[in-house]
Design a protein around this ligand. Structure first.
Ligand code: GLU
Length: 456
């Protein structure tokens, strides 16, 4: 068994592409087969190295490893040329010199008559020696195949015109290269988006003309945005790496993607091992799947809540590096992460929450400072009592805050909030005695001192 992912490098790796890659990958893993990555870069005008890099980066971030490749179609032009020549030699293909104008007129005439715009085979028997190369599609009969998702599909050959397999400059087109590659790379299962389903009968005819056995096909349902139209940039982030940047875990994205068009009972949360052991093409839905950001966010939060802090620390490294936050000094990062786990929906939120443990903030939030730092008495007593506290633990710190409240005969907020603002700068912090413990006595007292000096 062998499957492949064959993206065209004309943009970043998007959600739909990643879902196709995941299904093809999970299929191969489950069958203990092989998974191939092939870059379909024959369209010189639209393919860029930047996109190739983005695809490789996306695959690597998601952990979709390939057993073979990446192969590049631009490195295989010699092979395609030989196959095109073979088809020409045995009469299965022919040159066509129809001008653009003739083809445009033909299309317009057919459309006017309400007929399908198809090439009329004008050059079929002219024995030309230059121009584009067209495949001589059979005139009669039907193409029939069993799609693993959509079921049996039948298309009459008279619905298919003679497709161009080489442009006039000799470069091959998609339908030719994909067949040659899938055959040469020994692909047994072609799993791809259903936007390609109309190409499949033509490709099957090519396999047959070349005397090659036809692989199995599975066409995945399309992914819709929340408004019911095909998922696109209009619906927000569709690039896989944008989700990394926004603080999603790669395994969350995979878990979410696997549910786009595939299900296993009502289960929503799948580990990667489960995806591999449970994945089956027969459970892929026929109908389109809907992409829902809110559900993805919910899933991210679930994973963050349930992971070990140590595991999250590993995932945070990239973000910490990006934001130039050095956590090698000061509070123990795993403990800080543990204190933030229950209230962070994304790794970015977590980074925002942990920053104050490792970096001085520029200034206090003015509105809050005017509210909580006007009366300096709670801060002064806190400083005095905390500097005598030798056991720097949550419980002891909490007791001190309570003592200050009792002494001033005020509620917890009147002391806790100034402390929270003093330590965080913006008032965003969790359980304040836990925060103070993690921050350490020295930094806590230093920041309280800074709060005292604040002029309202
Ligand atoms: N290169 C094609 C695309 O990116 C995929 C071809 C295929 O999977 O057969 O849409």
């Amino acid at each position: 068994m062998k499957s492949r992912f064959a993206p065209s490098p004309t943009g970043y790796l998007h959600i739909g592409g990643a879902r196709t890659a995941l299904f093809a990958w999970a299929f191969a893993k489950k069958q203990q087969g092989r998974f191939v990555l092939r870059i379909e870069d024959t369209d010189a005008k639209r393919s860029t190295q930047e996109s190739v890099d983005a695809i490789l980066e996306g695959m690597s971030w998601l952990g979709l490893d390939y057993d073979e490749g990446p192969f590049y179609q631009t490195q295989r032009f010699g092979r395609y040329k030989a196959v095109i020549q073979q088809l020409l030699d045995n009469g299965k293909a022919y040159y066509c010199e129809c001008s653009k104008q003739r083809l445009d007129n033909l299309r317009a005439t057919l459309m006017k008559k309400g007929e399908k715009a198809m090439y009329d085979g004008c050059c079929r028997n002219k024995h030309l020696t230059s121009g584009v190369v067209r495949f001589r599609n059979p005139n009669d009969g039907i193409v029939s195949f069993e799609d693993a998702v959509k079921g049996r599909i039948l298309v009459a050959n008279k619905e298919l015109d003679d497709l161009i397999i080489a442009r006039s400059d000799g470069t091959p087109t998609y339908n030719l290269t994909v067949v040659v590659d899938d055959y040469d790379m020994d692909i047994s299962h072609i799993i791809r988006g259903d936007d390609h389903i109309n190409n499949t009968p033509r490709q099957i005819n090519l396999y047959q003309a070349l005397g090659w056995s036809v692989p199995k096909f599975a066409h995945l349902p399309m992914i819709l945005g929340d408004d019911g139209t095909r998922l696109s940039k209009r619906h927000g982030a569709v690039s896989v790496m944008a989700y990394r940047d926004a603080g999603f875990l790669p395994e969350v994205l995979l878990n979410y993607l696997v549910r786009l068009g595939w299900s296993h009972g009502n289960q929503e949360v799948f580990s990667l091992d489960e995806i591999v052991s449970l994945f089956d093409l027969k459970d892929v839905n026929k109908s389109p799947a809907s992409f829902n950001e809110e559900k993805l966010l919910w899933l991210n939060q679930e994973y963050i809540k349930n992971y070990t802090p140590e595991h999250l620390v590993k995932h945070l490294q990239w973000h910490l590096h990006q934001q130039k936050i050095d956590t090698s000094q000061g509070a123990d990062l795993a403990l800080v992460v543990a204190s933030l786990q229950q209230r962070s929906k994304t790794l970015l939120e977590m980074v925002a929450g942990l920053k104050m443990f490792y970096q001085e903030f520029d200034t206090f939030d003015e509105k809050l400072a005017n509210k909580w730092f006007k009366n300096k008495v709670p801060l002064e007593i806190l400083i005095k009592k905390l500097s005598y506290t030798n056991i720097w633990k949550n419980e002891q710190i909490k007791t001190v805050i309570k003592q200050v409240c009792d002494e001033l005969e005020v509620n917890f907020a009147k002391v806790g909030q100034p402390l929270r603002l003093a330590l965080s700068g913006d008032g965003n912090a969790g359980n304040i005695s836990v925060v103070a413990e993690l921050m350490g006595k020295e930094t806590t007292l230093k920041r309280l001192g800074r709060a005292i000096e604040y002029e309202c």
